[in-house]
Design a binder for this molecule. Structure first.
Ligand code: TRP
Length: 324
């Protein structure tokens, strides 16, 4: 069966380990087994929360560099900016018109802000209909598999609902996509909550050794003294370590905990492993970053490859709804 994967990252902030282990790495692995892969920068999603143009622009550049430094092969995939494919916004409107408002009322991101806030303060319409733009991203290319973190599962369910609804009204048009959950447990940030720019708890992916070490040393632990056995479950240092280490190294680290490793030593071990894994990515990043126009060239090539597909399909959709 033809299997087309598609995923995107919102371009806000700098890329961090949560993006890498939650999206980039598993998606690139899945891409090796898929016939087609679409990776994009969700820049129109970012303006829901960010209204500083410099921040949006620099985030687009850095998230693009994160994909490229992590090994994305633009020759064998489609790599593009959401905003370059204008047809996505056109599709988004069409999908708005088949989406029940009640479905959007139930979206977690909206519900969280709505709590104790009957006037919807701080909620713009972009946030409210965020899952519809995401559906347009996915349905525009008839993707079959969408690798995402567990927090995006609800958006995938909504995408399926919206696609089924459209197909029901206008006849078979969209593939019904499936979520592929990358990591059952979200990558913890330095405070133990899910690593996220909104919590200000990230460990950057593309930084020098010193900055990496400094972030790791800031990870919150309990105050047990060296020599006192420690529980590795629910420990932020341990939960990060397992992403970098082999099974055997993980077992050894468990023993270290049982034997009362100090938090300083545990963090140093995490740093050594993380640094070893991130070194080649970082070196590539420092190299690519110096190549003026590299990101723009990749993205404009990507847009040239992707846009004809979107143009063709939007014509089909327009004729289904009676606008051609
Ligand atoms: N909402 C996703 C996130 O914040 C980003 C995203 C936008 C996305 N459109 C998408 C992910 C389409 C997968 C498919 O992580």
């Amino acid at each position: 069966m033809k299997n087309r994967i598609l995923t995107g990252i919102t371009t806000s902030g700098t890329p961090h380990l949560g993006n890498y282990f939650g999206a980039i790495k598993p998606s690139l692995e899945l891409a090796k087994k898929s016939s087609d892969s679409f990776f994009f920068l969700a820049d129109y999603h970012s303006i829901i929360k960010v209204n500083n143009p410099q921040e949006v622009t620099s985030s687009i550049e850095n998230i693009a560099l994160a994909w490229l430094s992590s090994g994305l092969d633009t020759k064998n995939s489609y790599f593009y900016k959401q905003s370059d494919i204008r047809e996505i916004l056109e599709l988004s409107w069409v999908l708005h018109c088949v989406t029940a408002k009640g479905l959007m009322n139930r979206a977690h991101a909206y519900k969280a802000l709505k709590e104790n806030n009957s006037d919807d303060k701080g909620v713009n319409m972009g946030l409210f209909s965020y899952p519809i733009l995401m559906s347009a991203d996915i349905l525009m290319f008839n993707s079959t598999h969408v690798p995402v973190g567990p927090d995006q599962l609800q958006h995938l369910e909504m995408t399926r609902d919206i696609a089924l609804r459209f197909n029901h009204i206008f006849g078979d048009t969209f593939e019904i996509p499936e979520a592929v959950i990358n990591n059952d447990d979200p990558i913890p940030g330095i405070d133990g909550r899910k690593m996220s720019k909104s919590y200000n708890n990230v460990i950057p992916l593309l930084c020098d050794e010193k900055t990496l070490k400094k972030s790791i040393m800031k990870i919150v632990t309990n105050s047990l003294e060296p020599g006192v056995p420690k529980d590795h479950t629910n420990c932020n240092v341990f939960s990060l370590y397992i992403n970098f280490a082999s099974d055997q190294e993980i077992e050894e680290f468990k023993d270290d905990y049982a034997n009362g490793i100090s938090w300083g030593d545990a963090k140093n071990k995490l740093f050594d492993k993380a640094n070893e894994t991130l070194l080649p990515i970082r070196e590539k990043y420092f190299d690519l970053r110096e190549q003026k126009d590299l990101v723009n060239d990749h993205l404009s090539d990507g847009a040239k490859k992707v846009r004809p597909l979107a143009r063709e399909f939007i014509e089909v959709i327009r004729s289904k709804i009676g606008i051609s």
